[in-house]
Design a protein around this ligand. Structure first.
Ligand code: GDP
Ligand code: IMO
Ligand code: MG
Length: 437
C-alpha cells in the first residue's frame, strides 16, 4: 500500500496518534500536512507514554518523518520534542511551512478574551498561536521555515514585524507585550541555525517516493468537523484536516490519487468529545462550555474519567456525548473513507444502555442531513437515538472474543455509514487492538 491517510472523523482526539503508530510499523515515511502544535497525539508503548504535538507519530518507531508545507511550526516546541528522543530524529521540514512567533500566541489569547467579553463564549483555542500564524501566511506577512534557516537579516525582519504586532496587541486588544523582541529575534536566529539541517523539499521527496513504491503514511491532525471551511465555523481550527487537503498542503498533483494506491482511514471514537465551544448535538454535559464536572451528567463524567478525556495539549475536560452518526455520515461524505478504525470501545463498557444518534429532530421535523455551517440549527436539534444494550468489561484477542452487544454497536455504525470497521481499539496500549475483516 503506497499511501495511507489517517483522518480524524469527528472533533479531534479520536486516537489518531495510536492508529498512526500501528500503521507506521510498515511505513517508510510518516508525514504531517496541516495544523501545528495544537495537536496532541498520544502513543503508549509498554506503559511509556509519548505525547507528540508537532513531530509525526512515526518518530516513535524511528521512521523518516516529514513536516509538509501546510503545517505551522513553533520552533521552540519542535526543539523540545526532538530532545525527548535519545536518538537522531530522521526529520525533514518543508521550506514553505510557516513559523509561529511568540506574538502569535499573545494575539491568540487576547483575541479569545475579547470574543468572550463580547459574545460570552470564546472558541476555546489551544492558545498556541495557530490562527494568527495562518492569518499572517494568508496576509503574506509571515515568516517561513526557509526564512528562519536561511535569512541573513532574520533578526531585523522579526523586529520589523514585531513593531506592527505591538500596535495590534496594545491598541486593538489593550494588551501588553512582556517579551524582549531583541532577545526573541536572537533566539530564533540561533534556533534557525540548529534546525537548518532539516530543510527538505517535502513535496518533491514524497512525489519521488511514491514513484518508487514507498509506503507513505499521512497523519491528519484535528478532525473533520474542525475544518476551517467544512467544520462548524467559526468554532473551528484554521487548517483543513480533510483527506483532500494533502494535495495542496504537501504539494502533490491530483493525479496521484489515480496513479498510486491510496487508502483513507477515518478514525472514529466510539462516542463524541469536543474541546472548545460550538454545537455538539449529542452532548451529555449539562451547562455550557467550559465543562463543570460538578453539575455534569453522570454518564458523561463516567466516560470522561474512564476515557481520560482531558486535553493532551491543554488539560481541559473535553465535553462528552453519544456517538453521532448524522455527523459521521457528513464526515464520510467529505473524506469518502475506505475503512474506519473504531477507538475507545472499551470506555463504553459498564454502561447499561448505550445510545447512538441516527437522526435529529428540529422543530418537530426529522432531519438526517448535517448542516455544519448553521450553528443555530445544530444548537436546536435534538438527537433521535437508537438504544443498544451495553456490554461488560472485556479482554479480547480477536473479533470473536468481543461481547455480542459490542458487535451490535459496531454493526450499527457499519450499516448506517456503509463502510467497514476494520480496526477496533480497546485500550491505549499499542497492543490493545483487534483486526476485523
Ligand atoms: P489524537 O489527538 O486523535 O491522537 O488523540 P489523543 O491522543 O489526543 O486522545 C486519545 C486518548 O485516548 C489518548 O490518551 C490515547 O492514549 C487514548 N486511547 C487511544 N485509543 C484508546 C482506546 O482504544 N481505549 C482507551 N481507553 N484509550 C485510548
Ligand atoms: P488533535 O490533533 C481536539 C480545537 C480547539 C478549539 C479549536 C480551535 O489532538 O486531534 P486552535 O488552537 O486550533 O485555533 O483551536 O480547535 N482543537 C482541537 N481539538 N483535538 C485537536 O487536535 C485540536 N486542535 C485544535 O480546542 O476548539
Ligand atoms: Mg489529541
Amino acid at each position: 500500500m503506497p499511501a495511507t491517510i489517517i483522518i480524524g472523523a469527528q472533533y479531534g482526539d479520536e486516537g489518531k496518534g495510536k492508529i498512526t503508530d500501528i500503521f507506521s510499523e510498515k511505513a517508510d515515511y510518516v508525514v504531517r500536512y496541516q495544523g501545528g502544535n495544537n495537536a496532541g497525539h498520544t502513543i503508549v508503548v509498554d506503559g511509556k507514554v509519548y505525547k507528540l504535538h508537532l513531530l509525526p507519530s512515526g518518530v516513535v518507531r524511528g521512521k523518516r518523518c516529514l513536516i509538509g508545507a501546510g503545517v505551522v511550526v513553533d520552533p521552540r516546541q519542535l526543539i523540545k520534542e526532538i530532545k525527548q528522543f535519545n536518538f537522531e530524529v530522521d526529520l525533514g521540514i518543508d521550506p514553505r511551512t510557516h513559523i509561529i512567533l511568540p506574538y502569535h500566541n499573545i494575539i491568540d489569547i487576547l483575541r479569545e478574551k475579547k470574543i468572550k467579553k463580547i459574545k460570552g463564549a470564546s472558541i476555546g483555542t489551544t492558545a498556541k498561536g495557530i490562527g494568527p500564524c495562518y492569518e499572517d501566511e494568508k496576509s503574506r506577512i509571515g515568516i517561513r521555515f526557509f526564512d528562519l534557516v536561511s535569512n541573513k537579516n532574520l533578526e531585523d525582519v522579526i523586529i520589523e514585524k514585531f513593531e506592527e504586532k505591538k500596535k495590534v496587541i496594545e491598541e486593538v486588544y489593550g494588551g501588553s507585550l512582556d517579551i524582549n523582541i531583541n532577545d526573541v529575534a536572537k533566539e530564533y536566529a540561533e534556533i534557525g541555525k540548529l534546525l537548518k539541517k532539516y530543510l527538505c523539499d517535502v513535496s518533491s521527496e514524497i512525489f519521488s517516493s511514491l514513484k518508487k513504491g514507498k509506503n507513505i503514511l499521512f497523519e491528519g491532525a484535528q478532525g473533520t468537523l474542525l475544518d476551517i471551511k467544512y467544520g462548524n465555523y467559526p468554532k473551528v481550527t484554521s487548517s483543513h484536516p480533510l483527506a483532500g487537503s494533502i494535495l495542496v498542503d504537501i504539494g502533490l498533483p491530483p493525479s496521484v490519487f489515480k496513479e498510486f494506491e491510496f487508502k483513507i482511514i477515518g478514525v472514529v471514537k466510539a462516542y463524541t468529545t469536543k474541546v472548545g465551544s460550538g454545537p455538539v448535538v449529542t452532548c451529555l454535559d449539562k451547562g455550557r462550555w467550559p465543562v463543570d464536572e460538578k453539575v455534569s451528567n453522570k454518564i458523561a463524567n463516567y466516560i470522561r474519567k474512564k476515557g481520560a478525556e482531558y486535553g493532551t495539549t491543554t488539560g481541559r475536560p473535553r465535553r462528552v456525548g453519544w456517538l453521532d452518526l448524522v455527523l459521521l455520515k457528513y464526515s464520510d461524505k467529505l473524506n469518502n473513507y475506505d475503512e474506519l478504525a473504531l477507538t475507545k470501545l472499551d470506555v463504553l463498557s459498564g454502561i447499561k444502555i448505550l445510545k447512538i444518534a441516527v437522526a435529529y429532530k428540529h422543530n418537530g421535523k426529522e432531519e438526517k442531513e448535517y448542516r455544519a455551517w448553521d450553528l443555530e440549527f445544530l444548537e436546536n436539534c435534538k438527537p433521535v437515538y437508537k438504544k443498544i444494550k451495553g456490554f461488560r468489561k472485556f479482554r479480547a484477542n480477536n473479533y470473536n472474543e468481543i461481547p455480542k452487544n459490542a458487535k451490535k454497536y459496531i454493526g450499527l455504525i457499519e450499516e448506517y455509514i456503509g463502510k467497514k470497521i476494520k480496526i477496533i481499539s480497546i485500550g491505549p496500549e499499542r497492543n490493545d487492538i483487534i483486526y476485523k475483516e
